[in-house]
Design a protein around this ligand. Structure first.
Ligand code: NAD
Length: 346
């Protein structure tokens, strides 16, 4: 399976299954979030850890970061968010499992965990980032993620229209949460015509504040615009929606925007420029990478700007070779891995 390590333990305090998959440390320590989720079976949790760890290797490699790929999964006993003593037991058990890997795996926030949880994990291991600001951590990664999406979006504009300027560009931001809300603010500040939507109607206040148009969530994906920026859940572009999109560019923060990777070819066929999601949203990874290596603001800005260069590179390569930006992003990651360790990149 070409994974470097897979650790599956039953937490002695919580009794829960904990899985940590280390896909690759070829480029650096395997960094990947700790997902706390209720799975149908522990096996599903292990599978999720394996799948997500591999994706992290590619994400870090494509973004040009000296990081490998890994992922931690804490199988929550119930669908409800574990609280109190149970939560603490789950996190301490997870911290011990992280420590047992001796730095090969570094954990961070993911779905179901937050900065306060990272502080609890830090009671058992030093191999944790995404700690709260007051603990010297990088805190919420969303501001850096939003800046990264903006860099990717500008690169798409340059590629498609020959001009990275936001002025007058019609952008539909789907999901006005941590990243989408910030992105909308940056876009409006740059002179874009922003359309906003969210299933949480209280976010309409942000649209009013920014002078943005508000549409209902069901209409947003098919809105006529220059750029569709999915910033909510994954899978929003599927076999049905791909034929009906009315945008020139798809570039957002959401993970797994395409319900199926083969849809990248449909976007290309329709002349729609696609910024691969794992590059466009790699600012989140940059934020924790900066914490790991104690990078200053300028270094972070440099890495965020680099996202734009990578997007331009893969869009150009896809045009030249008649492939898709997704295929080129994957090839770029593989090339970096094989340069670092020819035998381990497969
Ligand atoms: P969030 O939960 O803060 O925001 C998501 C928003 O989308 C919420 O306001 C929610 O109400 C809304 N939403 C949910 N379903 C919707 C729908 N069908 N239509 C419209 N709106 C809908 O999450 P976030 O941190 O902003 O992350 C957004 C996406 O970006 C996620 O896919 C996440 O995995 C990805 N991402 C986030 C980061 C980060 O730094 N936060 C980094 C990398 C990737």
């Amino acid at each position: 399976m070409n994974y470097e390590d897979l650790r599956v333990v039953t937490g002695p305090r919580s009794g829960a299954t904990i899985a940590i998959a280390v896909h690759s440390t070829v480029l650096g320590p395997a960094l990947g979030g700790a997902r706390m989720w209720h799975y149908e079976s522990p096996g599903d949790g292990v599978e999720d850890a394996l799948r997500l760890a591999r994706a992290m290797t590619y994400k870090a490699a494509a973004a040009g970061l000296a990081l490998g790929g890994g992922k931690g999964v804490i199988c929550a006993p119930t669908p409800e968010r574990p609280e109190g003593e149970l939560r603490r037991a789950l996190l301490l058990d997870f911290g011990d499992a992280v420590a047992s890997l001796g730095g090969k795996y570094v954990t961070a926030e993911d779905v179901g965990t937050d900065a306060a949880d990272m502080a609890t994990i830090a009671e058992r291991t030093s191999h944790v980032v995404g700690l709260p600001d007051e603990r010297g951590g990088s805190g919420d990664p969303s501001p850096v993620t939003a800046r990264g999406v903006l860099a990717a979006l500008r690169a798409c504009l340059e590629h498609r229209f020959g001009d990275p300027s936001l002025r007058g560009v019609r952008v539909c931001v789907v999901g006005a949460g941590h990243v989408g809300g910030r992105l909308a603010r940056l876009l409006a500040g740059g002179g874009a015509e922003v359309t906003l939507t969210d299933v949480d109607r209280s976010r309409r206040a942000l649209a009013e504040e920014l002078g943005a148009r508000w549409v209902e969530p069901g209409d947003a994906i098919l809105a006529e615009c220059d750029v569709l920026a999915p910033c909510a859940l994954g899978g929003v572009i599927d076999a049905a929606t791909v034929e009906r999109l009315r945008c020139a560019i798809v570039c957002g923060a959401a993970n797994n925007v395409l319900a199926d990777e083969a849809l990248a070819a449909d976007l290309t066929r329709r002349g729609i420029v696609y910024a691969p999601d794992f590059i466009a949203n790699s600012g989140g990874l940059i934020s924790v990478y900066a914490e790991l290596h104690q990078l200053d603001r300028d270094a972070v800005t440099g890495l965020v700007d680099h996202i734009g260069s990578v997007v331009l590179e893969v869009l150009g390569a896809a045009d030249r070779r008649g492939t898709t930006p997704l295929a080129e992003a994957q090839a770029l990651a593989l090339e970096r891995l094989s340069r670092a360790a020819p035998a381990a990149a497969a």
